[in-house]
Write a protein that binds this ligand. Structure first.
Ligand code: FES
Length: 168
């Protein structure tokens, strides 16, 4: 069997360390959970630029709607407003999910950050609210989320950051 030179051994060790450091984003921190298969993952690409989420009547109940999670957004009805927010955790970008069947709380599977109905972090390592995306109403009555325009928490009063819908 061929012996490695000292230089080759150091090169392999450095490459191995780099590969481990690259992957050590989520499950290596104290208290981290192993991300569920296909769930706590990082985005495989950018969110779609436009997502048609349907009509106001599709959001009769308050709380989060997770049917657009594959498009990397959550839609939430907050009183008579609809908002759309990123499903990407503001800590290290894992995909957040509804917390244990709740419709008013999101939880990140990577390091347990939790986000309340408005998208603000309430526990865990995330310190920044989930950004919201612009919404527009189409001529056919449907609503489109435009992920190319986002609003940080201090911009949530922007008229484009929510859409008013009829009372349920
Ligand atoms: S990625 Fe760390 S809490 Fe979400």
């Amino acid at each position: 069997m061929e012996q490695l030179t000292r230089r080759q051994a150091l090169t392999i060790a450095a490459a191995t360390y780099a590969a481990c450091a690259c992957c050590a984003d989520a499950a290596d921190e104290p208290g981290a959970e192993n991300p569920p298969a296909g769930g706590g993952d990082k985005p495989k690409g950018p969110a779609p630029k436009e997502i048609n989420i349907g009509k106001p009547g599709d959001f009769a109940k308050p709380g989060f709607y997770d049917k657009f999670r594959d498009s990397q957004i959550f839609v939430a009805r907050i009183e008579n407003k609809l908002v759309a927010m990123s499903s990407r955790c503001t800590h290290k970008n894992c995909a957040v999910r509804l917390k244990d069947g709740s419709t008013t709380m999101l939880r990140c599977p990577c390091h347990k950050a939790e986000f309340a109905e408005h998208g603000q972090p309430v526990s865990g390592p995330a310190k920044v609210a989930l950004p919201r995306f612009a919404l527009k109403q189409n001529s056919d009555g449907t609503i489109t989320v435009e992920t190319t325009t986002s609003f940080a928490e201090k911009q949530w009063d922007d008229p484009a950051a929510s859409i008013t819908i009829p009372a349920a």
